[in-house]
Every structure is written in C-alpha cells, then in structure tokens.
Design a protein around this ligand. Sequence first.
Ligand code: NAP
Ligand code: MN
Length: 256
Amino acid sequence: MNYFYTISRGDQASNDIAKQIQLKLELNNYVLDKDLATNIFVVGGDGTFLDAIHTFVSKLNEVKFIGIHTGTLGFIADCEKDEFDIMLDEFLQNKQRIFNYPLIEAVYEDKTVYAFNEIRIENNVRTLLVDVAINDTYFETFRGSGLCLSTQIGSTAYNRSIGGAVVEHGLNVLQLSEIAGIHHKAYQSLQSSIILKETSVVTFDLNYYEGAILCYDHKHIKLGKVDKLICKNSDKIVKIARFNHYNYLKRLKNLF
Ligand code: NAP
Ligand code: MN
C-alpha cells in the first residue's frame, strides 16, 4: 500500500488543490495517512514547505516532499498550480528525480535544532559579541546584530537580503554572513560573506547579553545563558521530488 499526506497553506486555492491531489491519488490506490505517509504533497509557498519539513523532521529518512506552489514566487517548490495535474501523472508513472538537501544543525547544551534555510544568532536589543571558529581555528570576533549561516537552498532567503551570494543548486556549501556588523578602528570582522566547504564546522562562542535568540528557519528560541553553539551540515537529508522541467536559473530569474 502507498501512503501520502497533504499540507496546505490553508487558503482556499491551496486547499482546493490539496483536495484534488487527494482525490486523484485515492483513485490510484494511495491512502491518506499522516503517520504512514512516505509522499508529502506541500501546497503553498516556501514558508509552507519550511513548515512541512519541520513537521516531519524526525522522519526524513522515510519521506519525500513534492511541492506545488500557489504563492507569488515559490522558490523551493518547482510545480506551478496549473501544472499539478501533469505533475501528478508523472508522479504516478514514477518519473520524478529526487534531489537531496542536507539540513544544517546547531548543537548547544544537550539540544539540537535543524534548519533547511538558515541558522541565525540575533540580538536586536543589545550588540552581539561572538567569537567565531571554523574547524576549531579561531576566525574572528563579531560585533553587531547577528550572524547567519545559510544552506544552498537558503541562499535566496534571508542570506540574500543581507547581501550574501546566491549559491547554485548542487553545491551543498555553507555560507556565513553578517547582519549589521560594527566595523571601525577597534572592531573588525570579515564583513563579506564566506562560503565554506560542506564538511565545515562553525563554532559560535557567545557573550551573555539579554535578548539573544537562535532562529532556525521560521522558528526561534531564546538563547538565555547559552554560551556555545556548534553548527554544521547534519546527517538529516530532505528529499524533494522534482519533475522534468526543474531549472534552477529560470527559478532564480523569477525572483527579481
Ligand atoms: P515567511 O513569510 O515564511 O518567509 C519570508 C519570505 O521568504 C517569503 O516571501 C518566503 O516565500 C521567502 N522564502 C522562504 N524560504 C525561501 C528560500 N529558500 N528561497 C527564497 N525565498 C524564500 O517568513 P518566516 O516564517 O518569518 O521565515 C521563514 C524564512 O523566511 C526564513 O528561513 C528566512 O530565510 C526568511 N526570512 C527572510 C527575511 C528577509 O529576507 N529579510 C526575513 C525573515 C525571514 P513564500 O512567500 O513563498 O513563503
Ligand atoms: Mn510565506
């Protein structure tokens, strides 16, 4: 038996498409079941996709995601709303290609959080003071509003808004970018973004200031007195099914 689940952004248009997907799959002997699902159909924007990934974060080995975007841009999902019927036929004929995207992780105290787009350490109240080490080598002391460690897929999200480079699909590199860094005679950090090998480990040593938060995609937690975070590509892989026409550069061109 084949099991699937649908996640919709919740607006009428997305709900309608999710319902049509359900009806067509059920006609083809697929069963809707959240716990047993191996195919997760995500109907909405990139934000909906992030939600779906975090919902299934403990079962990523067992599931793959199929995205239909109904929003304005839709960077992660490659299927337009008027193409979903063709896409479903291709899905049923097993014509998809699976693309793998590692999640990055941040480990602190006895906890781990995962992110598809990026991990950010931010403080909008007080200036952050962070010692950054890369692969156990001290790199810089950063002062400013925050630091953003982005994945390839996240390079077009927050990373791009703060002047980071867009990274082409297929390069599983990490990118570290500054958020409003302070630079003058006494304080210096790199300023530009740095793109790191996929095996890199980035350690953030924090000074305690009230107000620091750890953001991971659309989620966040208060850092409190956490003084060290270790970040790297995790062994959790997000599998996204893509169909014939996926073209990264065309998708990028659509952004602006
Ligand atoms: P959200 O509304 O879900 O997302 C904010 C915007 O970022 C939306 O337009 C969303 O597209 C787009 N987006 C998300 N992931 C993307 C990707 N990989 N490539 C290109 N665009 C992407 O807001 P949220 O819940 O606060 O945060 C979720 C994500 O949004 C974060 O991971 C962060 O990267 C991004 N974000 C960006 C900024 C910024 O650029 N200043 C600020 C906050 C958050 P859809 O409309 O299709 O959902
Ligand atoms: Mn959104």
